[in-house]
Design a binder for this molecule. Structure first.
Ligand code: SAM
Length: 327
C-alpha cells in the first residue's frame, strides 16, 4: 500500500483514539480538581462510528491504533470495540493507555478480544504521594492492574511516569528498578506545558533523567519495545525490561511524528498542541459518507504542522487538556 505522507514527508500511520473524555482520577498536571463538564453522551462517537473511522484510516495507510481518553476503561463495553478493531484489515498494532485503576478486572477479557499491549500511567510508588498526585486514586488498584496485564499476556507492558521536580523526581531510580526485576518498560516523560500546574521549575529534562538513571549502572541503547513512539530506550545488562525517556518538551521530535488524534467527540487533530481539528462527525452523521470520511482524514494529514510550540512555552496552555484530546 502507498504510505500516507504529510506535507513534510512524514509517514502517518498511528491513530490515538480518545473513547471518552471522562476520567476516574484528577491528576494534578492533567485535570482541574473541580468537576469539569463532560461531553453529553450523544456527542461521543459510538463504537460503530469509531470503527468506520479506523476502517477508512486503515485503507489510507494507518496501521496502528491506541485507545486512550479520559480513562478508556470507563467506557462501557470497551471489549466490543477492541474485538471490532482487531478485525480491521491492515491494522497491525492495537494498544491501550490507562491509569490502571480498572485494569485488574478487564485485562484478561481485553487480551482475549485482541488487545495487544498496554501502557499504564503511574507516577510514584508511594501510596500517599499517589493519592496526592491523582487527587483520589488508590495505588493498589493500579499495581493489581499491572500484574493482571502481565498475566494476561499483554506485551509489552509499559509504565508511563510523568516526572515533576520536587514531587516525584526522587523516585526516578526506584521506579526504574521495576525494569530490572520485571519485564516492564518504564518510560519517563517530561511534564508538558498544559494547564496551570506546569512551571519551568517543575520540568525535569530527559537529559537530567538519563543522568540520574546512569547511577544504577551503565545503560545500553535498546530496541524500543513494540511501538514507534518518541521514546529513547535503554537497558541494563541483565535487566528484564527497559527504561526510556520521552523529551516531549526539550527534544523536538516532531520530525518523526507519525500520529493523528481522534477526540471522543469526533474531531481529528493533526497535532497535540494545535487547536485546529477536522470534524469527522459530519461525515458520520446522520449516515456514514465513506468518501467524505476519507477526504476529511486526508485534510487532517495535510494540516499537520511541522512542529509543536511546547518547547518555547513558559506557562501551561489553558486551552490544551490531555484528557480531552486523548493523551
Ligand atoms: N487515563 C489514561 C491514563 O492515565 O493513562 C489515558 C489518558 S492520560 C491523559 C494519557 C497520558 O497523558 C498519561 O500517561 C498522563 O500521564 C499523560 N499526561 C497528561 N497530562 C500531562 C502533562 N501535562 N505532561 C505530560 N504527560 C501528561
Amino acid at each position: 500500500m502507498k504510505p500516507l505522507l504529510d506535507s513534510f514527508g512524514r509517514r502517518i500511520e498511528y491513530l490515538r483514539i480518545s473513547v471518552t473524555d471522562r476520567c476516574n482520577l484528577r491528576c494534578v498536571y492533567c485535570l482541574p480538581r473541580e468537576p469539569v463538564s463532560w461531553l453529553p453522551r450523544q456527542e461521543i462517537l459510538r463504537f460503530e462510528e469509531i470503527l468506520e473511522v479506523v476502517r477508512a484510516g486503515a485503507e489510507l495507510g494507518l496501521t496502528r491504533v491506541r485507545l486512550t481518553g479520559g480513562e478508556p476503561l470507563l467506557r462501557p463495553g470497551l471489549t466490543d470495540l477492541v474485538a471490532g478493531l482487531a478485525q480491521v484489515p491492515g491494522l497491525r498494532d492495537l494498544a491501550l493507555t490507562t491509569n490502571g485503576v480498572l485494569l485488574a478486572r478487564q485485562a484478561g477479557v481485553l487480551a482475549r478480544a485482541g488487545l495487544k499491549r498496554v501502557n499504564v500511567s503511574l507516577d510514584t510508588l508511594d501510596p500517599q504521594r499517589f493519592a496526592a498526585v491523582t487527587r483520589f486514586g488508590k495505588i493498589d488498584d493500579v499495581l493489581a492492574g499491572i500484574e493482571a496485564a502481565l498475566e494476561a499476556g499483554l506485551a509489552p507492558v509499559k509504565i508511563n511516569v510523568v516526572v515533576m521536580r520536587g514531587v516525584n523526581d526522587d523516585e526516578i531510580v526506584p521506579m526504574a528498578r521495576l525494569a530490572w526485576e520485571r519485564p516492564l518498560h518504564v518510560r519517563f516523560i517530561e511534564l508538558m506545558p498544559i494547564g496551570e500546574y506546569f512551571t519551568r521549575e517543575r520540568l525535569v529534562s530527559s537529559r537530567e533523567i538519563l543522568e540520574r538513571l546512569t547511577a544504577l549502572g551503565p545503560l545500553e541503547p535498546a530496541e524500543p519495545a513494540a511501538g514507534c513512539g518518541p521514546a529513547r530506550t535503554f537497558r541494563w545488562a541483565g535487566a528484564k525490561g527497559t527504561v526510556g525517556v520521552i523529551g516531549a518538551v526539550t527534544q523536538a521530535f516532531c520530525a518523526g511524528c507519525n500520529r493523528l488524534r481522534l477526540t471522543a467527540s469526533g474531531q481529528l487533530r493533526p497535532c497535540l498542541d494545535d487547536d485546529s481539528a477536522v470534524d469527522l462527525k459530519e461525515a458520520l452523521r446522520p449516515k456514514v459518507d465513506a468518501a467524505r470520511l476519507a477526504k476529511q482524514i486526508l485534510r487532517a494529514v495535510a494540516a499537520k504542522p511541522e512542529m509543536h510550540g511546547m518547547f518555547r512555552r513558559e506557562t501551561g496552555s489553558a486551552r490544551l487538556c490531555m484528557a480531552g484530546v486523548g493523551g
